[in-house]
Each structure stands twice: as C-alpha cells, then as structure tokens.
Design a protein. Structure first.
Length: 410
C-alpha cells in the first residue's frame, strides 16, 4: 500500500511539472476585415399603423387604457377586430356634454321667449304711438277754429308725436337686431355642443379598433422595448396600437456603443445572421446612424441607434427576430496579421515572442489596423515566423530585437 501511494504522488508531481503547455501560431497573409459586431432585431421597413381614436385630446384625455387585444402574430383581413379600448373616461366627457347641451337648449328657448315678449311689447307701443299721432292730427285739424296759440300748441304736439313714433320705430328695429344677435349667439353655442356630442359618439366607435388592411398584427413597443399588453395605455398624441408590417423589405434595428459609433457610417455593408436560423446568411447595408445617444436597458453606457436594411427578401424573416450584425468598417487585401494574444505591450512598445530553436526571441513590431481577434503587422514579423500565443514563463536574459536595430543593420 505504501509503495502504491508513493507511486501516485510521483505521478501527480510529474503531471504538475509538465502542465505548462506552450502554444504557437503563425502569421496569416490575406484579407483583413475591421468590423463592429452587434445584436439587432428585425422589423419591417414599411408598415400600416393600426390606430385607436384620434382627437381625444380635444376633450382633455391624454391616454387610453387597453382592455382587450388579439394575440400578436394573428393574420387579419381588412375590418377584422384587433383591440378594445376603455371608454369610461370618454363616457364621462359625453355625460358632461349632454348636460351642457341641455343648458344650451334652455338658453335658446329662454332667448326666444325673451325676444318674443320684448318685441311684442315694442310692437304694442308702436301701435299706441300711431294712435296718439292720429289723435294729435285730429287736434290740429280741429284747432283751425281756435286762436293762433291753441293752433300752435296742437302743431307742436303733433310734431312731438311724429318724432316719438320715428324714434320708437328705430328703437324697435334695433331691438330686433339685438334679439337676432342674442339668439344667434345661444344657437351657435347650442350647435357647438351638438357638434361635440356628435364627435364624441364618433370617437366612441373608434374605441373598438379594426384592421385597416390585411396582414400580420405586430404590437407597438414601449420605450424600453417591451410590447404593449392588456391593461397598459396608449398615448392620445400617438394612439398607435399595432402595425401591419410589409415583409418585402426588412431592416434590423441595432445599437452601437459610443466607442464604436465613430466608425459606423451610412452605406457600409453588413453581414447578417439569424439566431433562429443559424444556417441562414443575409447581407445588408447601413441606412441610418443616430446623431444622439440614449441610455437603454441592459446597456452600461450610452448607445446609438443604427438601422441596417436587409438586401434579401425571404419568407423566413419575421419582425422581432434576433439578428447578429457584423458591420464592415474597413477591408484590406493581402496583409500580414497575427492573433491579438501573440502581441504584448512593454513600456508603450509592442512585441511578439518568436520561436528561435528552443529559445524565444523578443521582437518589436509595428502594428496596423486591429479588429476583435487580429492585428495587422507592418514590420517585425515574417509569414514563416512561429510566434508564442502567450508570454514565455522565463523571460530573464531573453534576446530582444528592436526595429531600430534592424534599420541600422539594413
């Protein structure tokens, strides 16, 4: 038993001593691609919006609660039911307008009665004045047998009666116009309330939302990317409940961090993959880059929205599918590149460790473009050189070759 334990201990000790494995690589000559990789989500470039009632802001309603929705992805035809919105608030507005309408109707009736009574009294007064004028005329005719003073008094009384009749006639016409204006004012207010009543009833019909066209129902997204559900609200400023996407042209909406956004430009080509169909490879082009960043959920820093239009049209493509987008920033042909793991930085200078027989050599290099995995080497490495992927454990006394030494030798 003791011999066996000693044997196992010796084996484990040897395994620990030989555990360090040095890995090597060689430079690669060929095309070098600098890209930015992001995750995006498919959506239709064009779609038909399915909207709730428009115009509720006129009645000081800012949002509308959703009572019922059909399942997302349902294929609908024009006129099919999509959603039901809560009418409770608009019903309250309807009751208020009904009360205002009754009040306006009462004011119209009152104005009609007032004008009828006032004008009737004015007309009676004119008739009495006409009789008085006729009496004054009779007195003038009879005064011709009286003294001049009596005749003069009769004429003066006749003139007064004429002037009073003329003045009251003018006053009557003014009262008629006043009555007409007042009646028109209250009738206008009555018509306004009737129009409000008609508009509210038309709006109430729009609280049942129907599809304006045929297609697949995709519900609107909230600011945080989540889809609206029953019990949530839609804004009165933009009462979009859902949309019917046009699948002929799709685009991927993605977000690029503030470090990489400076590299992304409109017109750059993109390689697109689908998480749901890994074997499907698509291509696209950057069509829009946001100028202002935003803080989004699940992102540590500010990100910028980038829109990538998909070149291909495929029946497999559906809104909300997750895509992997590789945005090509720059492509360089026939260059020498090495893995990033083989390059090391010492005092702001870049070095690689070359295999020279059994010993490593530390060699300074001049770097070029860099992507996530590799970096271009302009000077310091040849294609046939064998490089350490990790720094050798023992670098004491290692030979170091600088680029300036090579220039001197040349």
């Amino acid at each position: 038993m003791i011999v066996m334990v000693v044997g196992v201990s010796w084996f484990l000790t040897r395994a620990e001593e030989d555990d360090t494995v040095e890995l090597f690589t060689k430079a690669r000559v060929g095309e070098f691609v600098v890209d930015v990789t992001t995750t995006g989500e498919l959506r239709a470039k064009q779609s038909t919006e399915i909207k709730g009632p428009q115009g509720v802001r006129d009645f000081r309603i800012n949002s509308i609660r959703i009572q019922r929705l059909i399942p997302e992805g349902t294929i609908v035809k024009e006129g099919d039911f999509v959603a039901e919105l809560d009418r409770s608030e608009i019903m309250g507005k309807l009751q208020d307008v009904q009360l205002d309408l009754q009040s306006a109707q009462s004011q119209v009736t009152q104005a009609q009665l007032d004008s009828t009574l006032e004008l009737s009294q004015a007309r009676d007064n004119l008739i009495n004045l006409e009789f008085a004028l006729e009496e004054r005329q009779i007195e003038v005719d009879q005064s011709q047998y009286e003294s001049p003073a009596v005749q003069r008094q009769a004429v003066i009384a006749l003139d007064k009666a004429k002037r009073q009749l003329d003045q009251e006639t003018k006053n009557y016409l003014t009262k008629v116009r006043q009555a007409e204006a007042k009646l028109q004012e209250v009738e206008t207010e009555l018509q306004k309330k009737r129009n409000e009543m008609t508009k509210i009833r038309e709006l109430m019909n729009q609280f049942t939302v129907y599809a304006p066209d045929q297609g697949m129902v995709i519900y609107r997204r909230n600011w945080d990317g989540s889809k609206i559900t029953e019990g949530e609200t839609v804004s009165a400023w933009s009462p979009v409940v859902a949309e019917l996407p046009d699948f002929t042209v799709m685009e991927s909406r993605t977000y690029v961090n503030e470090v990489d956004i400076q590299k992304v430009e409109v017109g750059q080509k993109v390689f697109i993959g689908l998480d749901a169909v890994p074997d499907k490879k698509l291509s696209g082009v950057v069509t829009d880059v946001a100028n202002i960043g935003e803080q989004r959920k699940n992102y540590d820093s500010k990100v910028f929205e980038v829109i990538v239009e998909v070149n291909e049209s495929d029946s497999l493509l559906r809104p909300a599918m997750t895509t992997s987008n590789r945005i090509v920033i720059e492509e360089v042909d026939n260059v020498l590149s090495v893995p990033l793991e083989s390059v090391h930085s010492v005092d702001s200078l870049s070095f690689v460790f070359k295999r020279d027989g059994l010993s490593p050599v530390m060699h300074q290099v001049e770097l070029g473009l860099m992507n996530e995995n590799e970096v271009i080497i302009h000077r310091g490495v040849e294609e046939e050189d064998e490089l350490y992927l990790t720094m050798p454990e023992d670098t004491v006394g290692i030979k170091k070759i600088m680029l300036s030494d090579m220039l001197t030798q040349n």
